[in-house]
Design a protein around this ligand. Structure first.
Ligand code: ADP
Ligand code: MG
Length: 320
């Protein structure tokens, strides 16, 4: 575009809260044929709240050890016995471990525990495992809070909680396993809200012939539930993507010959924003994301993605 057209486009953008980092991207944006949205904080508000706490029955190592031979009625008893770590205790231990984490999922768990007036302990040996969860010692007990991958890596069987995990994930919630001393004790779930204009933005992009995709570190079932709510096809969902693999996922999409715009808000998204044909940071995104991006959307509105592309169209038409 001519300097004059670039100036007009930039000004039009700025008036609409769409900041282009230079004339090049103002030209490139119109060629975008695929928009890849991050889920949390981009299509959703990212404001998590704790929605569910479930205790699951566990094989109690101590009980087996001191009980000796099972009693004659032991089988029937174990079918009806309440979980040895109840719901409040599952939440209390999970929240105590998550105290060390700044992840929005963690903060919602801690807030939920505080709302229930639970007495949290200070975690020891806290360890954050990015894309997986946290590990900590709480009152001498080894506590894990995170996804299936986390427990798998620690050799803890998550099967006793499988049904609860699936149920919560189908509701679009992020369900997390809580393991205590090497056995799963329960599940906690956080949910956030899909942004009001997310579905309209997806519809407007598709109307234009742009393919819309979703990429997230969250699991497949939760990702698909959110995708369905905003109108993204299930086959366009890339779930369970580790933070360090998001850029590779965008590169793989572009290797199909697509001109992709990646839209994201988090530190996690920065490398993907950088490799995308157009990287777009949305809303109150982190500085790291904004720095890596070509376009910054000042508002938290997914519809501004469409606006950015249209401004690029308009700018280029002016030079014809
Ligand atoms: P996103 O791409 O949604 O920002 P992350 O890559 O940060 O997600 O995390 C991916 C998954 O790892 C989460 O959906 C969650 O299951 C698990 N996880 C990450 N951090 C934590 C945490 N602090 N507590 C529990 N689970 C976590
Ligand atoms: Mg995000």
């Amino acid at each position: 575009a001519t300097p004059a057209a670039t100036m007009v486009g930039s000004t039009l953008g700025a008036k609409n809260g769409v900041l282009f980092k230079g004339g090049d991207v103002l030209e490139r944006a119109k060629d975008v044929d695929t928009v890849v949205f991050d889920k949390t904080g981009t299509l959703t508000t990212g404001e998590m709240t704790l929605t569910d706490v479930v205790a699951v029955e566990r094989d109690e190592p101590e009980a087996a050890a001191d009980g000796g031979e099972p009693a004659a009625d032991g089988g029937a008893e174990s079918l009806t016995a309440p979980p040895s770590i109840d719901e409040d205790e599952v939440l209390r231990l999970a929240a105590s471990a998550e105290r060390g984490s700044e992840h929005p999922l963690a903060q919602a768990i801690v807030e939920g525990a505080n709302d229930r007036d639970l007495d949290l302990a200070d975690p020891e040996d806290f360890e954050n495992v990015p894309g997986h969860g946290v590990r900590a010692t709480v009152e001498g007990r080894e506590v894990l809070v995170g996804n299936r991958r986390l427990l798998e890596g620690e050799g803890v069987d998550s099967a006793p909680a499988a049904a609860e995990m699936e149920r919560l994930e189908r509701e679009g919630k992020t369900a997390m396993l809580v393991a205590v001393d090497g056995a799963v004790a329960g599940v906690v779930a956080d949910a956030d809200t899909v942004k009001e204009s997310a579905a309209d933005a997806v519809a407007a992009l598709r109307e234009r012939g742009v393919d819309v995709m979703l990429i997230t570190g969250d699991n497949e079932r939760t990702a698909r539930a959110v995708a369905e709510r905003v109108g993204i096809d299930p086959e366009n969902v890339r779930a369970g993507v580790l933070p360090e693999d998001k850029a590779d996922a965008v590169e793989a999409i572009q290797a199909e010959g697509r001109q992709a715009m990646m839209v994201g808000d988090g530190v996690n998204d920065a490398p993907a924003l950088a490799v995308a044909h157009v990287g777009t940071a949305i809303g109150s995104g982190t500085d790291v994301a904004i720095e890596a991006a070509d376009v910054t959307l000042m508002r938290d509105d997914p519809l501004d993605v469409v606006k950015a592309i249209r401004i690029s169209d308009a700018t280029l038409q002016k030079i014809k």
